[in-house]
Design a protein around this ligand. Structure first.
Ligand SMILES: [Zn+2]
Length: 494
């Protein structure tokens, strides 16, 4: 076996371990009784350390060096080798003891956060967050040294691979300069529209049938995936067995229907990955930014379009009966209603990026040491006032304590959401140029041309290209907010 082949067999083994990790994590969120929690965390910890040992075994460094000299590798193999080297470096450059401390601190902090958020208890939460932050900073500093990047860029790269502050800053500056004014204009305009809320009970079993009908239309492969219920909707599992979840509320079906469109967007990206590379790093989804672009493309661009409401309204009537509120125009107004609010996950399309930019600016300062945890609530409220015109004051659950990301140690994650929205707009604009009938198809619940384009230009590439290369090949341009701003102008202002 060549050195490269040796590496492939190592990474195939870790892929199998990751497969089990993914399914067991799904089980934890969907099936596991509460008493199983501690034992499950321990078992998953063991699985992770076996995976870590597999990658960091003594021969890996030699094989990486030898494979680097191998002139017979094709482009996919070369890209695969690049990912392997990056994973190896990430796995070896941080002392095992520090990794253990980060895992421990973030689990403790996240578990405490759940109750302390409910109790609005910032005072006891702050020291736990500080401990997690300091350990993340320590690890980021070591990796920054090894990868020759700034610590915050290193953390961004964990979730938005090969994207850094130099790429993000001008885009976020542009959004900051335009979105507050557009939000106000959109709100003015929407004052003239009266929205009717659907009323009555929407039985869970009917909502489940609607969910499955939507997944069917979008092209979810039920032979290689399933739908279940969890506390927060997510997409998990592996390409051959994708597990998506949603949650239902008997009093309304609007939010669950759109959560399904979102998660199915994630699922199709996974299900459409090239089968011959599935067990290798190059065959995986590229990054959270790209993953989010695929869910937001389906949710925000396709399924919240006025055209799609022509399909959704009669479909919803099939399950819930006819009522005035369930007509295409009214559903469209419901799904595009703009209102600045405190909670990011409930935010509309226009204000969502402002929630992200606020977090981006704060975590950057936290990581760089220019902002202390004790100063965080005041800094949060100040930016909230500046960007969204509202202030949560001492209600921390509506402010600085609302997200799971920081307590779980996931600093650097937030930009991926807005990068995803921007990439989604850029890809959708180009797909519509190549297939002008996409909007008419969506009006019939037909996603075939949209997915033909996405499969060819995004899904089949897996991780063989960087985000900038992928976007340039697919759309002719690197990452740019232009299409996103045109999209919101058209949807909310014109
Ligand atoms: Zn998502």
């Amino acid at each position: 076996m060549s050195a490269y082949q040796q590496l492939e067999s190592i990474f195939k083994k870790t892929h199998h371990l990751n497969h089990l990790h993914a399914i067991v994590s799904w089980d934890e969120a969907v099936m596991m009784p509460p008493g199983g929690g501690d034992a499950r965390a321990e078992a998953l910890g063991t699985l992770s350390s076996i995976s870590h040992e597999t990658i960091t075994q003594p021969q890996t460094a030699d094989w990486l060096e030898q494979a680097n000299q191998d002139n017979s590798l094709n482009n996919w193999q070369k890209a695969n080798l690049k990912w392997m080297a990056k994973k190896y470096k990430n796995a070896t450059c941080i002392p095992a003891e520090l990794v253990r401390q980060i895992t421990q601190a973030s689990i403790t902090c996240e578990q405490a956060w759940r109750q302390m958020k409910a109790d609005n208890n910032w005072k006891d939460f702050a020291p736990l967050l500080e401990k997690t932050l300091n350990l993340v900073k320590e690890s980021a500093a070591i990796r920054a040294d090894s990868f020759k990047q700034s610590p915050y860029d290193i953390l961004i790269d964990d979730f938005s691979s090969e994207i850094n502050q130099a790429i993000i800053d001008p885009i976020f500056t542009e959004l900051k300069a335009t979105l507050p004014a557009i939000t106000q204009q959109a709100q003015e305009r929407q004052k003239q529209i009266s929205i009717i809320k659907p009323t009555g009970k929407f039985p869970i079993d009917k909502q489940r049938e609607l969910s499955k009908a939507l997944m069917q239309a979008i092209g979810f492969d039920f032979n290689r995936g399933r739908l279940d219920v969890s506390h927060h909707p997510f997409c998990g599992g592996v390409s051959e067995d994708v597990r998506i979840t949603t949650r239902y509320n008997e009093n309304e079906f609007i939010s669950s229907a759109m959560a399904i469109c979102h998660e199915t967007g994630h699922a199709r990206y996974e299900q459409d990955l090239p089968t011959e590379w599935l067990h290798q790093p190059v065959g995986q989804i590229h990054s959270m930014a790209l993953h989010e672009s695929q869910s937001l493309l389906i949710e925000m661009q396709a399924c919240r379009s006025r055209e799609f409401m022509d399909f959704l309204a009669p479909l919803a009537q099939q399950f819930f009966g006819e009522q005035e509120a369930i007509n295409p125009d009214n559903l469209y107004h419901l799904y595009t209603h703009v209102k600045p609010d405190f909670i990011r996950v409930d935010a509309d399309e226009l204000t969502y990026p402002l929630h992200v930019i606020l977090r981006y600016e704060l975590e950057k300062q936290l990581i760089e040491g220019n902002l202390l945890v004790k100063e965080l609530p005041a800094a949060w409220n100040e930016l909230m006032q500046k960007y969204l015109g509202i202030n949560p004051k001492d209600n921390y659950a509506l402010g600085v304590m609302q997200d799971v990301h920081w307590p779980s140690g996931a600093f650097g994650y937030f930009p991926a959401y807005t990068l995803g929205a921007i990439i989604a707009a850029q890809l959708f604009a180009k797909a519509k140029i190549e297939y002008p009938d996409i909007p008419q198809q969506l009006a019939q619940g037909n996603f075939s041309h949209l997915y033909e384009w996405l499969k060819n230009n995004v899904h089949s590439k897996a991780s063989s290209l960087s985000t900038q290369e992928l976007l340039t090949q697919a759309t002719g341009n690197p990452l740019s907010a232009e299409n996103y701003l045109q999209h919101i102008q058209k949807r909310y202002i014109d």
